[in-house]
Design a protein around this ligand. Structure first.
Ligand code: HCA
Ligand code: CU
Length: 407
């Protein structure tokens, strides 16, 4: 537990824990689906070698499970087979439709873990599968028995669970539970849920199954930007594994990003995942390079602006103690701190700029420069990495110290 006097985030954690018996202690696992859901994002497709490289990186980062579909193409089959052979620490999950022929493909890859999905909402049954609930149940249970007869560990995904008739959803979950299916995935396939709704949905499933036999995954889509909030709400209701992809790629607007989930779990949920957070920016950069997509500057954790500070009052505080505007040190997540000088730099920012250039940093000089920067009407004109050496140089500048920051 953090100490009031030492941790600037102390009160925030207190609010976060309010209504709980104490701080969180439960480990929430991460399944990364960059190689399955991620490749369903428009413009994303990897080569076999890249898939293998990504799997190694995800494994050394510390995710618990890595999902890939062997079914979608011969290349995916090849990649799945090779990745399974690597004997990584993470479980490799072969994702398939609920069809025996798909399961056979996973078996050919020597999969030990399989995730099979079936849309069980009325709209998926009528618009996609064109079968009744009764037929869906028969097909799903046959497939579950088939997987178990082959001695594999399994997850069954109740696709479109958030829009499925509750009694049918519970019935299906109970059947899977009875068959010893290790995990059930409760996805919000279309991103319609609010956090409280996801909480209620997962709690309903959790309360109706024997959770010593079957654990729950949450897979939340980001159509209105609530994916991670919803997934975490599901975990507070009993799920213990979140699905992510690197940078959140996936169908349409994707699912929670690995970086955001990893930092939320470690910092805010105090989940003991033992993740190599410093790899996060590299993971993001690797993917961006492979798929030739630009990562938005404003992307949390890994974006170029995630640790940029601009307004004069912010600069002043950051230089004294970065925790004034940062909840986690950039180097912990492999990112770097930057300061931006321009029309918002103000007197304090201008004084720092003068000190950097070795010029006099009196009040008058700082005001003149601040005025000049505004008059330029060019917005930001200069960005600098604020590494330790630079930080020290600025702070050691006596003249800067003599002109204290004022709000
Ligand atoms: C899909 C659907 C899925 C499955 C999720 C899961 C969803 O694209 O195949 O297997 O947990 O969003 O429901 O991604
Ligand atoms: Cu999905």
């Amino acid at each position: 537990m953090s100490l009031k006097s030492e941790d600037p985030n102390y009160y925030a954690h207190q609010y976060n824990w309010m209504g709980q018996t104490g701080p969180d202690t439960k480990k929430i696992r991460i399944l990364d689906s960059t190689l399955r859901e991620g490749e369903q994002h428009p413009g994303v497709s990897f080569t076999i070698k890249q898939r293998i490289q990504i799997a190694w990186m995800l494994d050394s980062f510390g995710v618990d499970q890595i999902e890939i579909s062997p079914v979608v193409s011969p290349d995916h089959f090849e990649a799945t087979k090779t990745i399974i052979k690597q004997d990584l620490r993470a479980d490799i999950i072969a994702h398939t439709r609920a069809l025996k022929s798909d399961i056979d493909i996973a078996i050919d890859c020597n999969a030990t873990w399989i995730a099979t999905y079936m849309g069980i909402s009325d709209i998926h049954l009528s618009a996609k599968l064109k079968i009744t609930r009764e037929e869906a149940k028969i097909r799903a249970l046959e497939v579950a028995d088939y997987i178990k007869a082959h001695g594999m560990k399994a997850r069954f995904t109740m696709e479109d669970a958030s829009r499925t008739e509750p009694e049918f959803l519970i019935e299906m979950c109970k059947e899977m539970n009875k068959r010893g299916i290790e995990r059930i995935s409760i996805p919000d396939t279309v991103g319609i849920m609010r956090p409280r709704g996801m909480h209620n949905l997962v709690k309903m499933v959790y309360d109706n199954i024997d959770t010593t036999k079957t654990s729950i995954d949450v897979h939340c889509h980001n159509d209105v930007g609530l994916a991670l909030a919803n997934a975490l709400a599901g975990c507070e209701a009993g799920a213990d594994q979140i699905h992510t992809t690197i940078d959140g790629f996936g169908e349409r607007t994707g699912i929670p990003s690995l970086a955001e989930a990893a930092v939320a779990l470690t910092l805010i949920y105090k989940s003991n995942n033992n993740l190599r957070l410093h790899m996060l920016r590299d993971l993001s950069k690797t993917i961006a390079e492979y798929v030739n997509l630009r990562i938005p500057e404003s992307k949390p954790i890994v974006g170029d602006s995630a640790y940029k500070h601009k307004a004069g009052t912010h600069l002043a505080a950051i230089l004294r103690n970065p925790a004034a505007y940062e909840i986690i040190e950039p180097r912990i997540v492999g990112n770097r701190r930057k300061i931006v000088f321009g029309e918002l730099a103000g007197k304090n920012g201008a004084a720092y700029l003068l000190s950097l250039l070795g010029l006099k940093t009196g009040k008058e000089e700082a005001e003149t420069l601040a005025y000049g920067l505004k008059e330029l009407r060019m917005g930001d004109i200069l960005e600098l990495y604020l590494d330790d050496r630079l930080e020290r140089k600025i702070l050691n500048d006596a003249a800067v110290k003599l002109s204290p920051a004022k709000e």
